[in-house]
Design a binder for this molecule. Structure first.
Ligand code: UGA
Length: 448
């Protein structure tokens, strides 16, 4: 499959690019730039990961990624290395896409970013454009610049630029989002940096927004927090719907028809998860406070999201009365469909709540079983289902926590025969409530 049919590849001026970090953002960016014909070296300090990438084993599931990596690797447009020195020396553009994990106080841990900046400083041999791709707190660009200036040899007067090019890729749709983005944001300080980045993204037909570095960094915070806010808003409305007998799906549908509101990200459910929203929100609340602003709105967004999981379990408990000794089936473990990523997935907290109540939980996910087995290793009362029906067998309640498409194909007549008690808890509001009730199920949704 080619994503560049529309582009005149001849016109693309081939660049030497280093991507630091072979995680979700880094690997996708490396695969996509190399697919455009650039020479890309993807560097990671995890030697095991690099060895396995060199065997063309992709460390996570992302649609289209494997075929792009294999193709570019064969064409020698993409290489993997654990030497940042090699990456820096060989490239003009360096994208930093290393992890910025959350710390206990909510701030992002920028140790890896600093380390990369120091290594770049030590190996800078010609002009470099250093681009932040990881989601970083506003003003990190400035810190990277100061670090490089501090650590490079005193006599080294080689010029470099810093830029910010925040990532808006969604997991599960990352490759598609790279080639067909709704906008590209570049934060730069010099015309040279602007020219290089505009040229790099020239084949992608979209709006390019050029700003200063702090604005670009802030755009990323603002986007993720706004999307999280939309989800928590509709979840709060769902709670009021439950109290009044109103239907949140209809409320969201009507709200979404107002183009000022928009229909996306108004699906009520067990809340958002993943490695982006929860951690980015925490980090933004932390930075805002450090800058002198208490972002109360975002604190409420976070609290609503947390409480959705307890609320969901409480709703089930109200039906089943005692959870101890009950069999609970969980379908869908990843934080959203089309990924095996379980980081901060609502399923983790929900499963824990059931286990605390001493229920037995059987779990199944089309892609995340390996990850689930790793995460829940050694926990008692948790069974790993072979498939949907095997998981549901003898259950007193079947919970849907991720809206995988294959769950829509479920034969509910068969399901009713194999469950001990026909209770469906639809944590993503994905099923037709009336149809399930007609089949004889008791249906619990969120706000309907
Ligand atoms: C998110 C953003 O959507 C991307 O633009 C951004 O680049 C990325 O974070 C990042 O910062 O790297 P992602 O975490 O892959 O992308 O997932 P989303 O599709 O945004 O979903 C996040 C969570 O919100 C999921 O758990 C999903 O189930 C939940 N969600 C989404 C809802 O509960 N309701 C909705 O209406 C939409």
């Amino acid at each position: 499959m080619s994503f560049i049919n529309d582009f005149n590849t001849e016109k693309i001026r081939k660049k030497n690019i280093c991507i630091v970090g072979a995680g979700h953002v880094g690997l996708v960016t490396a695969a996509c730039f190399s697919h455009m014909g650039h020479k890309v070296i993807c560097v990671d300090n995890d030697k095991k990961k690099i060895a396995s990438l060199n065997k063309l084993k992709i460390p996570f599931y992302e649609p289209e990624l494997e075929s792009l990596v294999k193709d570019s690797y064969k064409k020698k447009n993409l290489i993997f290395s654990s030497s940042l020195r090699e990456g820096v020396k060989k490239s003009e553009i360096i994208f930093i896409a290393v992890g910025t994990p959350p710390q206990p106080d909510g701030s992002a841990d920028l140790t890896s970013i600093e380390k990369v900046a120091i290594d770049i400083a030590k190996n800078i041999n010609s002009y470099k454009l250093i681009v932040e791709k990881s989601t970083v707190p506003v003003q990190t660009g400035q810190k990277i610049k100061e670090t490089i200036n501090r650590y490079r040899a005193k006599c080294n007067r080689i010029n470099f630029d810093i830029a910010s090019n925040p990532e808006f890729l969604r997991e599960g749709k990352a490759v598609n989002d790279f080639f067909f983005p709704e906008r590209i944001v570049i934060g730069v300080e010099t015309p040279r940096a602007e020219k290089i980045l505009k040229e790099l993204y020239m084949p992608i037909k979209t709006h390019i927004i050029v700003t200063d570095i702090s604005t670009a960094e802030l755009i990323k915070h603002a986007c993720n927090s706004f999307l999280a806010m939309k989800i928590s808003f509709i979840n709060a409305i769902a709670r009021i719907c439950d109290l009044t007998g109103a239907d949140v799906k209809k409320v969201a549908e009507a709200m979404g028809m107002d183009s000022r509101i928009g229909k996306k990200f108004l699906n009520a459910g067990v809340g958002y998860g993943g490695f982006c929203f929860p951690k980015d929100l925490e980090a933004f609340i932390y930075i805002a406070r450090k800058l002198g602003y208490e972002f109360e709105l975002l604190k409420a967004v976070k609290e609503i999201n947390e409480s959705q999981k307890t609320y969901f379990v409480e709703k089930i408990k109200r039906h089943l009365w005692i959870l101890k000794g009950k069999n609970i089936g969980i379908l869908g473990l990843s934080f959203k469909p089309n990924t095996d990523d379980m980081r901060f997935a609502p399923s983790i907290d929900i499963i824990d709540l059931f286990l605390q109540e001493r229920a037995t939980v059987s779990v199944y996910d089309p892609y995340a079983m390996k990850e689930a087995q790793r995460l829940f290793k050694g926990k008692k009362n948790i069974l790993f289902g072979k498939d949907i029906y095997n998981t549901a067998k003898n259950c007193d309640c079947l919970c849907f926590l991720t809206e995988w498409e294959e769950f829509l194909e479920i034969n509910f007549k068969r399901m009713k025969r194999i469950m001990r008690y026909p209770l469906i808890a639809d944590g993503r509001n994905m099923f037709n409530k009336d149809l399930l009730e007609k089949e004889g199920f008791t249906y619990i949704g969120i706000g309907r």
